[in-house]
Design a protein around this ligand. Structure first.
Ligand SMILES: Cc1cc2nc3c(=O)[nH]c(=O)nc-3n(C[C@H](O)[C@H](O)[C@H](O)COP(=O)(O)OP(=O)(O)OC[C@H]3O[C@@H](n4cnc5c(N)ncnc54)[C@H](O)[C@@H]3O)c2cc1C
Length: 250
């Protein structure tokens, strides 16, 4: 039986690890403190928290719809009801658009998929080498591990840095610039506004989600996740040294 190493516990890594683990030995590593990658759920305390990245899922393809329906039946996911206000003037609203979220956090999909797999968090892969038919993996926390097979699911810039000497197909040479996003998570006094989300028509603010409307916790205050437009974030993200040092990168 081959030993597999999967890097990343986002939806991609968790899905691949789950499928492979049916017939193989699989370990997962992630540089973050918990699972989910860009579907991360940031805790404010034991009960409350914010969906930091992915806000909701609205599956389009047949296979993905089928997969999501299974998770809805298992009560891992649920539909996010309420008043979703669409203010964007450029793109017409699709009224059929369903908003599906995790029952406890949007990283519930990853958590469910990797439930029975050994996960190593706070383990950032720094270098890979293929020696004597094994992948030698050096992590930032000074660990070195060996596996028969390696699957990297990190975002493209990180993937390119780690793997370019082993990937011969031309796509690895592409220059892909990731869009930035600046997210602010706030707890404020309760308002009477019965709104679940806003999609804005604004140059700076792209989206706001009221975490309370997801009915995951009770709170005397309102919790909001505010996400900038990528256009604005791309201009501002590296504007000053303080931002470079303090921003959390997925
Ligand atoms: C702000 C924001 C909002 C979004 N909103 C939505 C939305 O509403 N709906 C939607 O469908 N999609 C949304 N997306 C897109 C969606 O989140 C991503 O497409 C999806 O989560 C990507 O999953 P992934 O598994 O491919 O990558 P990721 O989730 O990025 O997973 C990669 C994992 O690899 C880990 N990793 C990276 N490098 C290393 C390394 N060297 N060593 C160890 N671990 C490493 C990372 O920590 C991460 O956990 C949003 C994305 C962002 C950033």
């Amino acid at each position: 039986m081959s030993s597999y190493c999967v890097i990343g516990t986002g939806i991609s890594g968790a899905t691949i690890a789950n499928l492979l683990s049916k017939k193989n030995s699989v370990d997962i590593y992630d540089k973050a403190r918990g699972p989910g990658g860009r579907t991360a759920f940031k805790r404010l305390n034991n009960s409350k928290g914010f969906d930091h990245g992915t806000q909701y899922i609205s599956p389009k393809s047949k296979q993905f719809k089928k997969f999501i329906e299974k998770l809805l039946k298992k009560k891992i996911l649920k539909i996010w009801d309420g008043k979703h206000i669409y203010l964007n003037k450029i793109k017409k609203e699709n009224k059929q658009h369903v908003k599906i979220i995790g029952r406890r956090g949007n990283n519930d999909i990853s958590k469910h998929l990797i439930n029975n797999i050994k996960c190593n968090f706070q383990s950032e892969l720094e270098n890979i080498n293929f020696i004597d038919s094994k992948w030698k993996l050096d992590f930032k926390n000074n660990q070195t591990k060996y596996y028969d097979k390696l699957i990297l699911t990190c975002p493209f810039p990180q993937l390119k840095r780690l793997s370019k000497k082993y990937i011969k197909v031309p796509f690895i040479k592409q220059k892909i610039k990731m869009d930035s996003n600046i997210t602010v998570m706030i707890e404020i006094k309760k308002t009477n506004k019965n709104v679940s989300s806003y999609l804005f028509n604004d140059k700076i603010l792209g989206w706001a989600a009221k975490e309370n409307s997801k009915n995951r916790f009770k709170s005397n205050n309102d919790l909001w996740t505010l996400q900038s437009t990528s256009l604005w974030a791309n201009k501002k993200i590296n504007k000053n040294k303080e931002n470079k040092e303090k921003t959390q990168r997925f």
